[in-house]
Design a protein. Structure first.
Length: 253
């Protein structure tokens, strides 16, 4: 779902004045100012005001804010549950039953100008393909964009994201000329690990050297990009299970 003019819904808790809008000046009092009762997009307070307004409202509906993610809200109605995820003015709503889902949407529309976009297909760079029994999450378009930005759209792919050898020392090689670019690309690859956990270790090694990236680290970063080239269609396959148990594997001591 999408919220129209989201920042205009925010309530201000301090006095904020603005000049009279162009074309609507009072000829009798041209130097007077306007006292705002709602936030505007140009205000620094606008994002926080909107977020607080939204949180206050969904809590009145019975939603509980997640302790691990302040953008996630959960509501329980008997044996039914619904999950709402908010990112600025975009949100995903999922519920155990259609009845609960429609009820929540109706309550949200009473307070905000909300447009129902239907079943989720694409959200924050994540492509969602749905079947009767599963979801497939991937970031193919995002991965291709990263390769295009770096000019590696036609590079030769490699089979592994990192070379099988000891970790590169942070003192090896010369410092690269554009450290900000290195940090930007490392951050972009971090986001790609959302649906590509096979990149997690290699990207972690790249991020260890963001403060002083050297040419050997740049080579490692480009190797990850070459691996991405051959795995742009990889993703996460989520399907239903008969048990609610979660299995995890780790080699940490």
């Amino acid at each position: 779902m999408d919220v129209s003019n989201a920042f205009l819904h925010g309530h201000l808790h301090e006095r904020v004045y603005c000049q009279q809008p162009t074309g609507f000046e009072d000829a009798q009092r041209p130097h007077d100012v306007c006292l705002l009762s709602r936030s505007l997009y140009i205000l620094r307070q606008a994002p926080r005001a909107w977020f607080n307004r939204f949180v206050e409202h969904v809590k009145t509906l019975g939603f509980q804010q997640s302790r691990s993610d302040s953008s996630l809200y959960v509501i329980t109605k008997g044996s039914d549950m619904a999950y709402l995820l908010l990112y600025v003015d975009d949100m995903i709503l999922s519920a155990y039953s259609t009845t609960l889902l429609q009820a929540v949407v109706a309550q949200l529309k009473q307070a905000f100008a909300i447009k129902d976009m239907g079943p989720v297909h694409y959200f924050l760079g994540v492509d969602v393909k749905r079947t009767k029994t599963s979801f497939f999450l991937s970031q193919s378009k995002y991965a291709l964009d990263i390769l295009e930005w770096e000019g590696m759209a036609n590079c030769k792919a490699v089979a592994t994201p990192i070379e099988v050898k000891p970790k590169t020392s942070s003192l090896d090689g010369a410092l690269i000329s554009d450290g900000s670019w290195y940090r930007s690309m490392a951050g972009a690859l971090q986001y790609l690990t959302l649906t590509c956990p096979d990149l997690a270790y290699a990207v972690q090694q790249i991020c260890l050297h963001m403060h002083e990236p050297r040419d050997v680290h740049l080579v490692a970063l480009k190797r990850v990009l070459r691996y991405v080239k051959g795995t742009v269609n990889y993703g996460l396959h989520l399907h239903a299970t008969t048990t609610p148990s979660l299995t995890a594997y780790t080699d940490a001591d």
